[in-house]
Design a protein around this ligand. Sequence first.
Ligand SMILES: [Zn+2]
Length: 327
Amino acid sequence: MLARILRKLESFIGADGIRWSNIPDGIYSFNFHRIGNWKKTRFDPCVFSCDSDKLDDLIVFFKKEFDIISIAEAVELAKKSSQKIHGKYLVITFDDGYKDNYTKAFPILKRHHVPACFFIATSLIGNNKLPWWDRIAYNYKTNKFKSIKLSSWATTVKYKGDDKEFVRDILAATKISLDPIEVQLKEIEKLFPLEGELPTQEFLSWENLAEMILHNMDVGAHSHNHEILANLSQDEIIYELTHSKMLIEQNLPYKVNSFSYPVGSQGTYNKSVTKALFDCGYDIAFNFQPGINVNIDENRYDLRRFSIEPSTTIHSLKNMLSYAKTY
Ligand SMILES: [Zn+2]
């Protein structure tokens, strides 16, 4: 509360501009998921970051304010462990591997000559598999049910007048349930059957990624099945890390050394995952928590990223960074 009043006061007297000009040296990272209009999708609206126009504006802003670097350059900086980083570096990342990363984001990045890293969940690449979150959102958008309760859920999730909020609430209930996702999907589709063929969700193809690599884009692993790694056994963790790396390296002329944790919030990964990353030949890993990376070597398997949301503006972004914590 006090911090918010202080922020407002600083903004009023113009001190927020001073804060912005004094943001610390370090590695900054912004993460995107889907590019496009969330209001028009048949799938999960909550994974949209921004539309093409805003991405273009953001890239112009990033280029002006930061030194945009590739994964190789970030690893290089991490290896200069004991030295303090001089400069404000930026790593642009995309999670999951949606097709719009190629059709919408890639042309903009290419035009601005900036690199970005695409973290792909390899089970979704090169096939028509619909991930569970899009499958549930698609079911709601097709059947338009107004409330839902699965046997493992404590409460009924009710529609409160907002499509996006309802989808978010259903997905949240699914995530905290003790039943496996597959069991819940079956139950949902028994309650609300889907007729006809499921639409093919569009994820990147290996051909798309091969072309992106030719234009200085990086590819990182985001596991194979996009499961919460902290919930898996050690053998399953190793499989997720090695299988995704192997598939990328088999399909692309590219050596994978970076990873982003599925979901990526606190508690979705742990020390044994971090150690497995090191053992499996990864140099660097990103979470999905805000913060400015200052102690790079110490945190090289726990680098922070700011999320880009449909509500993000250049002004809100500056504000977020001006008051962000360093790690
Ligand atoms: Zn993801």
